[in-house]
Write a protein that binds this ligand. Structure first.
Ligand SMILES: CC(=O)SCCNC(=O)CCNC(=O)[C@H](O)C(C)(C)COP(=O)(O)OP(=O)(O)OC[C@H]1O[C@@H](n2cnc3c(N)ncnc32)[C@H](O)[C@@H]1OP(=O)(O)O
Ligand SMILES: CC(=O)C(=O)O
Length: 553
């Protein structure tokens, strides 16, 4: 828990700049604005919005934010130092930076002599001049400077004297933050900690001798920041090592998006820094928005969320093993490192062949069924679950089917309808992309037999349509049900066409979604089981909702 006396750390989000350097991630201006506003709400104090000279989208983004500014965050424009053998005042990109109208600017410069001579093809002296001129010029235009020392750790390891000279150039010209970058992501935590300590001691010596003054006459004592990449899967650990060695700014991205293997993931860094190390980054209230913010950003950038992401993933607090569930039910501390609610996540109990009685009892409670006094029935359900999973069923993603199985075992499964039989006929016409399918179903509702037929652009769509057509007169609510996803998995592929198929069907009613499962050697039969259970579970939800309304009136 953080208190008023918790040491302050400054978060710096670069999702909109370094994050968009991830392969496969592209955002519109509108997307960038939505993300910036979400990060602002989350309480991130610095948000790097992009590189205004690099593309028209980033230019436009900063202009739009001038019209409609953020509430609390500083929006930061990013750029390189001027090019070799030019002047800062005539560098077009620096004019774009000024036009972006931000108070803060991040300038990245070269720390590694190899990069100076190879990438920039210039002299070590000219690189120092590029850093100095650029920062001095931007300061003369009223900007405050964060200096990103690109390839800092590699540069320092190869030529520490020169690397330190680049930082001294940044200090002498008035940078307020010196952000040490592990650009290639190859450094390990012990090296990061040691090098940050070395730099801190060197800087206290340098800043005693030479410090700039701000416009208000105060001395500028630059502080250290850290920017890490995940190429060695160390980005978060490295950022933490830097903080423990004295860094006061932490740069990263939501969900760890970034070039190659990504940047330090703020969704892991923030809770680690705040809950484990006692630093103050955002308020406790804002921390409870972290999971939602992570999912919001993945939705906007159109990338599936990582379900196994620490802290914010769907599975981050999902308990599957029976032993774990039993203990967590007694005390969550037994298998959870933090309370999921602290980061806006929640505990989940997963049902599978790895379950024990505790999983079944907990899941029953979540369905509103009290099995605690019915141990024999619960054991039977557990055995049935294990038997079905050994036949290829999988209930962890198909909880609606498991709920129906429970009702069945307890003798309370409501029979909304009975399928007496079905037939599907497919026409495959050469040259046509989709097949035409016709399904006929025979069902019984309340003792009445109904025969219905429907077409679809595939056999499952036709079967689903025929079932709905037959049922809708009895259950009008079926018109609101949707089949939202359909997944097929071949279970024992080595047996060729005799392989078993598992079908998962996700259905919805506009408010809730549920998943059902079917397994058979015949894909149509497996689909039929899952589709029928999907309709049945939807009807069950509807009747439970009606009963709840009745009970409350
Ligand atoms: C570590 C990082 O993540 S840094 C950020 C990297 N991000 C990006 O590159 C994304 C945005 N980039 C772009 O849109 C383009 O690369 C631009 C607009 C910046 C530059 O485009 P171009 O002028 O066509 O150059 P190009 O992309 O080939 O980059 C190489 C140039 O950058 C120069 N350069 C590289 N780093 C620096 C630096 N720190 N300071 C000054 N110039 C630099 C090189 O010297 C080279 O110049 P040259 O072509 O005159 O020899
Ligand atoms: C500046 C930056 O993004 C890096 O060095 O990785």
């Amino acid at each position: 828990m953080t208190t008023n006396s918790s040491p302050q750390l400054w978060l710096y989000d670069t999702t909109l700049r370094d994050g968009t350097q991830r392969e496969g991630l592209s955002v519109s201006i509108e997307d960038k604005l939505r993300i910036a506003k979400r990060l602002d709400q989350l309480g991130v104090p610095f948000i790097e919005g992009g590189w205004p000279g690099a593309n028209p989208k980033d230019v436009q983004f900063f202009w739009q934010l001038q019209e409609d500014p953020l509430k609390q965050a500083e929006i930061v424009a990013f750029c390189s130092t001027r090019r070799p053998n030019s002047t800062a005042a005539t560098e077009p990109m620096l004019q774009d930076i000024l036009a972006a109208g931000t108070r803060w600017v991040t300038i990245f410069g070269k720390s590694w002599d190899l990069h100076v001579t190879t990438s920039l093809k210039t002299t070590l002296e000219e690189n120092l001049a590029m850093i100095r001129d650029t920062i001095e010029y931007l300061r003369s235009q009223g900007r405050r400077i964060i200096y990103d020392a690109e390839h800092w750790f590699d540069g320092y390891k190869h030529n520490p004297d020169y690397a330190l000279q680049t930082l001294e150039a940044a200090i002498a010209s008035g940078a307020e933050w010196l952000v040490l970058c592990d650009t290639n992501g190859g450094t390990l935590p012990h090296e990061i900690g040691q090098i940050v300590q070395d730099v801190s001691s060197h800087l206290s010596f340098v800043t005693c001798q030479e410090t700039m003054t701000k416009d208000n006459g105060q001395r500028i004592i630059p502080q250290i920041g850290i920017h890490t990449h995940n190429d060695s899967e160390m980005a978060v650990a490295n950022a933490i090592a830097a903080v423990m060695a004295g860094a006061k700014m932490v740069q990263g991205t939501i969900n760890g998006y970034g070039e190659r293997c990504g940047n330090a993931n703020l969704c892991s860094l923030i809770p680690n820094l705040q809950l484990k190390l006692g630093y103050s980054c955002i308020t406790e209230d804002q921390l409870t928005q972290l999971t939602e913010a992570s999912r919001f950003v993945s939705e906007v950038v159109n990338l599936a969320p990582d379900e196994h992401a620490p802290f914010v993933g769907l599975s981050a607090f999902a308990h599957k093993g029976g032993i774990h569930v039993s203990a967590v039910e007694r005390n969550p501390l037994t298998y959870e490192h933090i309370q999921p609610e602290q980061v806006g996540n929640h505990r989940r109990i997963v049902i599978s062949e790895q379950s024990g009685l505790s999983n079944v009892l907990a899941k029953a409670r979540s369905f509103g069924i009290d099995l605690d006094q019915l141990k024999a029935e619960a054991k039977e359900i557990l055995q049935r679950l294990k038997d079905l999973e050994s036949e290829g069923f999988q209930f962890e993603a198909a909880e609606a089917s498991f709920a129906l199985l429970m009702h069945e075992a307890l003798g309370g499964r409501q029979k909304f309808f009975e399928v007496k039989g079905f037939q599907v006929h497919c026409d495959l016409v050469e040259g046509k992309e989709t097949s035409n399918a016709l399904a006929t179903v025979k069902i019984a509702v309340d003792g009445k037999n109904i025969l219905e037929a429907a077409e679809g652009n595939g056999p499952v769509a036709a079967l689903d349509a025929a079932l709905r057509k037959a049922l809708v007169n009895f259950y009008p609510q079926i018109a609101t049900f949707d089949l939202t996803d359909y997944k097929v998995r071949i279970l024992n592929g080595h047996t060729g066409t005799a392989a078993k198929t598992r079908v998962l069907v996700e259905s919805g009613n506009g408010r809730q979604r549920w998943t059902t499962v079917g397994v058979s050697t015949n894909i149509l039969e497996a689909s039929y089981q899952a589709v029928v259970e999907g309709l049945e579970y939807g009807l069950l939800l509807h009747s439970q909702a009606e009963a709840a309304v009745k009970a409350s009136t």
